[in-house]
Every structure is written in structure tokens, then in C-alpha cells.
Write a protein that binds this ligand. Structure first.
Ligand code: ADP
Length: 485
């Protein structure tokens, strides 16, 4: 009998995505399936999700789920089972899953996502009844603060008597879901949950904190980030709890969905290619230059596909544009976020017409064309739990130029002389995120690029790396099994 695991997330491809969490939640069921895990995903019923399930069956309903009526719909996420929490008062809002059109977080986010956790605990405990039999789960896997109340409900207020173990995965410690203490009274938790070992955090409700305290195991998305969050800089206040959880905390790297991210079959590309046919990449580079209105030449074409935030180091990019262009490079950047950074980037692009071009917005297909046509992708994150864009870069031979932190440190092998001599270099790393560090990395990238054969060797090394879900799917399945036993 396969283990039955309920994965709870606030986003999952292809139904709703704002970042890497969605890629992971969407791929995980397939990744663990071959290791004896039958995974069902639970998502909130945002309009985009409900639209994809026109003929869904109702499998359970609540008269009052934290004060609102809700029903549970059953559908499919790709080939895998999906449950959708349809609670119109909470989720029937267009746009971002978390904020209004002006970008302000919804006031009732505590209720929206506590309800998700409460529903998950009920479902795991057997709320769905088929032919008179409750259909519980062996384990709950909760992603980020939006799902992290599930372990707290399972611990303090389970539906059934049987203890269902849980795992919390931290995809980004910067987002913790902290709310005013007033919320606690409406969460349906016993008074005993209001302690430093439960949901209380700095005199408010800490949703991620509650999950980290109550889950049987905590994972984050790279081994280096799992170590980093034991320190104040990366733990962001929760380092003490992470240290206290000791060996219950581990790091499992994200994989990439090699069906969606495969340059040999990618329909978004002008020309598909493999490491054996690298020369065909040039057509994609020419197409990308044309698409961005950049000069056509044979210097290095840098790209970036990212949220425009301080975390991603994007405030430093405008400072290094003169240097990048001075090296004979060009930059095509796709992203959106901090208006200050957007403004600085546009200013830089205006000074460097034909050399620097910025696209604001979110465009999945364009991100594929950029990985397939760019020579190198810049990922100068100040912290990076795992990072996916450098993995796509590796798969597409778009050499990652990354800061040495978190998952970037774990997935990119710096092209230092030893790694070049050993034939295993896959990218360029820099220490710290500053004008000087990034400039030096750009110089190294441009120098390496000009040594055509050496560069192609690094591209081939990168493209041959296996960042599929094979290893990580097994690691999650092994973890689940150890907790159920
Ligand atoms: P994070 O989740 O912190 O934003 P990740 O690197 O883990 O960073 O994941 C980001 C995901 O979102 C990747 O799949 C990346 O390709 C995608 N992405 C980010 N910004 C954009 C954008 N502007 N357009 C298209 N895809 C984007």
C-alpha cells in the first residue's frame, strides 16, 4: 500500500503561481509517486483554480470553517489527485493570491490561511467519508507559512484521535505570516496553544513559527540554507527555534520539472537543442536580441528573470550596468517588483540603448526563450533558499552567475582554475552582493565567454547535470516513511 500524503500549499503550477513554491508543489506528487507515495494536493479555491475544475465533485463541506461556509472539491493536478477548498468569502478574489490590486496584503490573510490549515487537519483526520469509511491520510506536508497552521491544528486540535504526523517545508524564511494576537481567539485552538511552544510569537500569532514548533520534521530547500537559517542573518528571528529542533531540520534540494524545462523539446524556443547541438542555440540568441530590441553581436548576452527585490540583489544591477556594457556585454531583464528598482533599471536602459533592455511583468514563455537564448543568467541573491532560475539556466546552457549562498552555493560549481582543470565547472560564484563583487563576477564571465571552447565546455557540463526530481523525490519519500514508522 502506498503511503497517503496530503501536500498543502497556497500555490501550485499549472493552476496558480507567484514563485518557486508553485513549481515545487506542482512537481512533488510526480516526484514521490515512484517511491511509494500517493500524494494529494490541497489548494485554496482561488478563481483561477476553480476555473480549471468545471466538473469537480464536492467531497465534504463545512457549515463553519473558522466562521465561513466551505466545501471541498475533488479534481486533478496533472495526473495526481487534487482537493480544492472552495470558500468564496476567503478566496473568491481575482489577482494575487495574497494581496489586493494595490499590492496590500489582505487584512484577513490570517483567516484565509488558518482555514487552509484547519481544513488540512480535518482532511488528514478523515473528514472525507467514502462508503461509510473515513479517508484519512498518513502524513501532512505543509509548505510555507500559508499552510503551516496544519501541523498546529493536528497537534492541538486534531479531528480524530489518531496522531497524524506532519512535515513543514520552508521555501523562504523571509515570509513568516505574523498576525496580531486578536486573531488567536478566532482560530478555534485551545488556550494551551498560546505558548512559546505553540502559535504565540512576539505576542502575536506566528503561523510559520507554529508549524516549525509542531511538525515532526522541518525541511528547507537546500542543505546550505538549512545551515544558514541557524544564524540570525538568515533565520530572521526563528534561528533559535531552528537550532532547538536540531536534527529534525534538514535540507532537500528542489528539482526541476524536466518535461517543462527541456531545451531539446521546448516549444517556446525558436530552435531546440541539446548539449550535442549547442551551435543551434545561436538562433535563439538572435531571436532574443530582436525581441528585446538589443544590438545583434557576438558579445555575451546576460539575462535575469526574477522578482525585482532586495532579496534577489536586483538593486545592485543598475550599479553595474556601465561595467557590463563596458565589457561588451548586453542585458535582457524580465521581472517586476520594487518600483524603485524598476525606475533605476529603466534609467540604465535609457543610457544604454541597444545594450540593456527591461521587460516588466510576468511571462512564462518569455522566460523560456531567455534561458534558451541568453549566454549567462545573473542571480545575485542576498539569500536564496534554493533558487530555480539558476537550475533552468544550467539545463539550458545559460551559465549561472550567482552569489555563494543557499541553494545557489549547492547547485553551481564555480569555474575556478581547479574546477576548470577537472572539467566540472558549471558557472560563476561571487561572495557577497555588492557593486565590486558583481563587477568582478561579470568580468570573469566575459573573460570565460571569450575563450569560446572553454565556455562551451562549461555549458556542456551544466547541461549534463541532473537536477530532475529523481534524487529529491526519494529523499522526501524516505523522510515521510521515517516519520510514519
Ligand atoms: P522565488 O520563488 O524566490 O521568486 P525561484 O528562483 O525559486 O525564486 O523561483 C522563481 C520562479 O518564478 C522561477 O520559475 C522563475 O522562472 C519564475 N519567474 C520569476 N519572475 C518571473 C517573471 N517575471 N516572468 C516569468 N517567470 C518568472
Amino acid at each position: 500500500m502506498p503511503m497517503k500524503v496530503l501536500s498543502v500549499a497556497s500555490e501550485a503550477v499549472p493552476l496558480v503561481k507567484t514563485g518557486g513554491l508553485a513549481d515545487v508543489a506542482g512537481a512533488l506528487p510526480g516526484a514521490v509517486a515512484q517511491h511509494g507515495v500517493a500524494m494529494t494536493t490541497l489548494l485554496p479555491g482561488y478563481p483561477s483554480v476553480l476555473k480549471a475544475l468545471p466538473r469537480a465533485r464536492t467531497v465534504h463541506s463545512w457549515d463553519s470553517l473558522l466562521g465561513t461556509s466551505a466545501r471541498l472539491l475533488s479534481g486533478k493536478l496533472g495526473e495526481h489527485p487534487l482537493l480544492v477548498l472552495d470558500a468564496p468569502a476567503l478566496y473568491d478574489r481575482e489577482g494575487s493570491p495574497y494581496s489586493d490590486a494595490a499590492g496590500r496584503d489582505w487584512d484577513d490573510n490570517w483567516r484565509r490561511f488558518a482555514a487552509l490549515g484547519r481544513a488540512a487537519a480535518d482532511i488528514a483526520g478523515g473528514a472525507i467519508v467514502k462508503r461509510g469509511k473515513p479517508q484519512g491520510f498518513d502524513l501532512v506536508h505543509a509548505h510555507d507559512w500559508q499552510a503551516a497552521m496544519a501541523p498546529a491544528y493536528l497537534h492541538f486540535a486534531p479531528l480524530g484521535t489518531e496522531a497524524v504526523p506532519s512535515v513543514v517545508t520552508i521555501h523562504n524564511m523571509a515570509f513568516q505570516g505574523w498576525f496580531d494576537r486578536k486573531a488567536f481567539a478566532q482560530m478555534g485552538l485551545p488556550a494551551s496553544a498560546w505558548t512559546m511552544h505553540g502559535v504565540e510569537y512576539h505576542d502575536g500569532v506566528g503561523m510559520l513559527k507554529a508549524g516549525l514548533a509542531c511538525a515532526a520534521a522541518v525541511t528547507t530547500v537546500s542543505p546550505t540554507y538549512a545551515r544558514e537559517i541557524r544564524t540570525g542573518t538568515f533565520g530572521m528571528g526563528l534561528e533559535g527555534l531552528i537550532i532547538a529542533r536540531g536534527n529534525a531540520v534538514s535540507g532537500i534540494l528542489n528539482g526541476i520539472d524536466i518535461d517543462r524545462w527541456n531545451p531539446g523539446r521546448d516549444k517556446a524556443l525558436a530552435e531546440t537543442y541539446t548539449w550535442r547541438t549547442l551551435e543551434r542555440r545561436l538562433a535563439n540568441k538572435r531571436a532574443l536580441e530582436a525581441e528585446f530590441g538589443l544590438d545583434e553581436d557576438d558579445g555575451p548576452l546576460f539575462i535575469a528573470v526574477t522578482r525585482l527585490t532586495w532579496q534577489k540583489g536586483m538593486d545592485v544591477i543598475p550599479q553595474v550596468l556601465d561595467h557590463l556594457v563596458g565589457l561588451g556585454g548586453r542585458l535582457a531583464l524580465l521581472g517586476s517588483g520594487d518600483p524603485e528598482i524598476e525606475r533605476a533599471l529603466f534609467e540604465g536602459a535609457a543610457r544604454h540603448q541597444g545594450r540593456v533592455a527591461i521587460r516588466l511583468g510576468y511571462d512564462e514563455d518569455l522566460s523560456h526563450r531567455m534561458q534558451g537564448g541568453g549566454d549567462a543568467i545573473l542571480v545575485p541573491s542576498r539569500f536564496e533558499p534554493c533558487g530555480l532560475t539558476q537550475l533552468y539556466g544550467l539545463a539550458y546552457g545559460c551559465i549561472p552567475v550567482v552569489s555563494r549562498t543557499g541553494g545557489l552555493a549547492d547547485t553551481v560549481i564555480d569555474a575556478n582554475p581547479a574546477a576548470l582543470a577537472a572539467g566540472c565547472a558549471t558557472g560563476i560564484q561571487h561572495d557577497g552582493v555588492s557593486h565590486d563583487a558583481l563587477s568582478a563576477a561579470l568580468t570573469r564571465a566575459a573573460q570565460l565567454y571569450r575563450q569560446g571552447e572553454v565556455w562551451h565546455r562549461v555549458q556542456k557540463n551544466a547541461m549534463k547535470c541532473d537536477f530532475s526530481w529523481t534524487a529529491s523525490g526519494k529523499a522526501y519519500a524516505d523522510l515521510y516513511r521515517s516519520l510514519i514508522a
